[in-house]
Write a protein that binds this ligand. Sequence first.
Ligand SMILES: *Cc1c(COP(=O)(O)O)cnc(C)c1O
Length: 395
Amino acid sequence: MATELETKDETAQMHAGPDAGVKPLIPVAAPVLAGREKEYVADCMESGWISSGGKYVELFEAAFAEFCGVRHAVSCYNGTVALHLALVALGVGPGDEVIVPTLTFVATANAVTYCGARPIFVDSEPETWNLDSAQVEAKITPRTKGIIAVHLYGHPAEMDTLRAVALRHGLFLLEDAAEAHGALYKGRRAGSLGDVAAFSFYGNKIIATGEGGMVVTDDDALASRVRLLRGQGMDPQRRYWFPVIGYNYRMMNIPAAIGLAQVERADWHISRRREVAETYLLLLRDAPSLRWQAEREWARHAYWMFTVILEEEIPVSRDALMARLLELGVETRPVFYPLHQLPPYREAARGEEFPVAEGLARRGLSLPTWAGLSTNDLRYVGERLRECLPVGRES
Ligand SMILES: *Cc1c(COP(=O)(O)O)cnc(C)c1O
C-alpha cells in the first residue's frame, strides 16, 4: 500500500508543471540547439544587430536555398506568412479557389482565406495520408488558381501527378513544406518540387528558429515579388516609395542566427529523426492493432512526426490511450482535425465527406519525435504503448 502511494506521489511530482499543467517526462517535440546557435545569437547581441537588418538573415537565406537546391530563399516571420506571401505573389485574390488537403495544419487553408480566396478540400490517400492526387482534377472549376501540396508529417506528396494536373489546367503548384525539411521525392528535396514552397521553423519543426518561415523558389520574378511584399512593398531602388501594399513579414536577425546554425547541422537533424523512426518501426513492428504512415519507395520521409493509427476494431479509444500515456510520462499528440470539420470551414465543405481523413484523425496519434531522443526514451515509449494496447491475435 505504502509503496503504491509513494510511487503515485513521485509520479505526481514529476508531472506537476509550473503552470499546473501536466509536464511529461518525454515531450512529443523539442528543438536541439547543439551547434553554433549560442555563438551566433551572442554575436547578434554583441553587434547590436537584433532586427531584420543583420547579416544572419542573408546567411540563413543563402544556406537554406542551397540546402533545398533552389535559387532563391526569402525568409519571413513564420510559416503561415510564408504561405500567405507565396499566394499573394502568385496572384491569388478574392473569388479564387485553391485546392488543399483537408488533413493538414489549419494554416494551409487560413493563408488562402487571408487572400479572400476559398480553400477547396480534398480527401487523403490511405497509405501516405497526403492529398489524394487522383481526386484533385474533379475539384477544378473555372475559378481554381492552384494546388497546395502539403507533405504531411514529412512524407512528400505525389508531386509528379499533381504537377501534370497543374500543367494541364494552368494552375500553380505550391508546396507547404512546413513539416518536410530534407524530405526527398525521387531524389529531390522538398522545396524544389513545385513552383514555390513555404517552410516553417517553429520551435517544434525539423529545423527550428523559434518562430520563422521561408519562401523558396527557382522563379526569379516570383522571388522578387515575395521580397517586395515582405518588406511593406517598398521599392528596393527608391526608399519610402511603395508601388504596392505589402506586409511587414520580415525575419529578425536572432532567429536567422539560430536558423543558420541549425542548417549547418541539417544532415545530423535529418538522420537522427530517421533513426528515431527506424527504432519505433523495430519496436512496434509486430505490435497488435497498430499501423503507421507508409514510406513510398520513391520517398524519403523526413519524419517530422512518427504517427500511428489504431486499427478500427480495437476497444481502446485514441483519446483514452493518449491520456494513459501521458500519465505514464509520454506526451503524444492527436492527428489534426480535418479542416472541413472546423467551424470556419464547415460550410465551405458543403457537407461533403472525407472518410479517409476522418478515420486518420479519429484514430491517429503522433509519438515523441525529435532529434534528441535516446534509445532508452524510445524503448520506454514503445513499451508503454504496447502495454496499453489489447493483446493481439497472434500473441
Ligand atoms: C507548422 C505548419 C505551418 C505554419 O507554420 P508556422 O511557422 O507555425 O506559422 C503551416 N503548414 C503546416 C503543414 C505546418 O505544419
